[in-house]
Design a protein around this ligand. Structure first.
Ligand code: NAD
Ligand code: UDP
Length: 331
């Protein structure tokens, strides 16, 4: 089977390409390198010993998509390409709608044209908005978006459901990620954002490397065990494996939606302390005000993915912290 991976040189995409190759899929990547670099393709080859085809192109470029679908018999698409920085999305909402929503429309139009009807889509726990419970399961309705990035994920999820109603030969799986962290055990690929990171683990990595002086912990007075925010961190390799399971499960009975998390919540301090312990490094931190828009505590109910996909995250936060540092220290 030939799988087109949009955003395949990015953080989650590259780990998923490795798992696809390990499972004997042929992979074609399209990425415009707006948030990744071309040598990830060589790194994937180094890990797997296999080549994958790479097109440097934008998913909004219909001619480029046409060329890819003409040159390859694409059976299914795993769609990662998009912008993901929450803060930036507030400043540049039109860019986010254009890249994420318009990009997905162009991709789906081309898929229709070439009768490719299978898609696994990268969504996010952010689509739940701010429900009253901490444990999020898939029966909770999509909430109100808290930022333009979240809004694009909500719009795309709705669009995919509408598309299926109009044409029930589409086979679609929507995966809602919780907080992906960690890196491939080889230390060859991982997350390396440009500039000052927004997310917790990349920030900790930079403090550990001495590139940033200290971590600011946003809020110490949440109603959680130690006052800091609680999230469901998931190892990116476990997450990547979830995509293979979702791909295998695709059929046209309905649009499937799954949470991908571990089902466990850890606080910011849990993550910092575990990082310090397993890597034997001190992370300097200070407490500052809460970050606007942050929820106090949430984690995934993973029972649907376990039952229907036969998938369960296997790696704990110690491994997440170890692999994150193993990658970061060599960058
Ligand atoms: P990433 O930025 O590392 O990867 C995205 C890739 O897509 C990058 O390589 C980028 O160059 C590429 N890209 C962006 N726009 C493109 C376009 N128009 N055409 C072609 N390529 C384009 O991000 P990631 O962390 O790997 O996230 C992948 C997906 O998962 C995104 O859709 C993101 O919204 C979603 N997601 C990520 C997280 C997270 O915390 N990392 C959480 C939930 C959902
Ligand atoms: N966080 C923090 N300092 C940082 C970045 C994040 O204290 O520099 C906290 C944030 O408030 C949240 C958790 O770490 O409780 C995870 O935040 P992240 O931005 O990684 O992911 P989010 O859950 O917001 O998508």
């Amino acid at each position: 089977m030939v799988i087109l991976v949009t955003g395949g040189t990015g953080y989650i995409g590259s780990h998923t390409v490795v798992e696809l190759i390990k499972n004997n899929y042929d992979v074609v990547i399209i990425d415009n390198l707006s948030n990744s670099s071309k040598d990830v393709v060589n790194k994937i080859e180094k890990i797997t010993g296999s080549k994958c085809k790479f097109y440097e192109a934008d998913i909004r470029d219909e001619n480029a998509l046409d060329k890819i679908f003409k040159e390859n018999k694409i059976d299914a698409v795993i769609h990662f390409a998009g912008y993901k920085a929450v803060g930036e999305s507030v400043k540049k909402p039109l860019d986010y709608y254009d890249n994420n929503v318009v990009g997905t429309i162009k991709l789906l139009e081309t898929m229709k044209k070439y009768n490719c009807k299978k898609m696994v889509f990268s969504s996010s726990a952010t689509v739940y908005g701010n429900p009253k419970v901490h444990k999020f399961d898939e029966t909770i309705e999509r909430g109100k978006a808290v930022n333009p990035y979240g809004a694009t994920k909500i719009v795309i999820e709705e669009m995919l459901e509408n598309l299926y109603v109009s044409d029930d030969t589409f086979e679609i799986s929507i995966l809602r990620y919780f907080n992906p962290v960690g890196a491939h055990e080889s230390g060859i690929i991982g997350e390396n954002p440009n500039g000052v990171p927004n997310n917790l683990m990349p920030y900790i990595q930079k403090v550990a490397k001495g590139e940033l002086p200290e971590l600011s912990i946003f809020g110490s007075d949440y109603n959680t065990k130690d006052g800091t925010g609680v999230r469901d961190y998931i190892h990116v390799v476990d997450l990547a494996k979830g995509h293979i399971k979702a791909l295998e499960k695709l059929d046209n009975k309905k649009v499937y939606t799954y949470n991908l998390g571990t089902g466990k919540g850890y606080s910011v301090l849990d993550l910092v302390k575990t990082f310090e312990k397993v890597n034997n490094i001190k992370i300097k931190y200070k407490f500052v005000d809460r970050r606007p828009g942050d929820l106090d505590c949430y984690y995934a109910d993973t029972s649907k993915a376990e039952k229907e996909l036969g998938w369960k995250a296997e790696k704990g936060i110690e491994e997440m912290c170890k692999d994150s540092w193993n990658f970061a220290k060599n960058m």
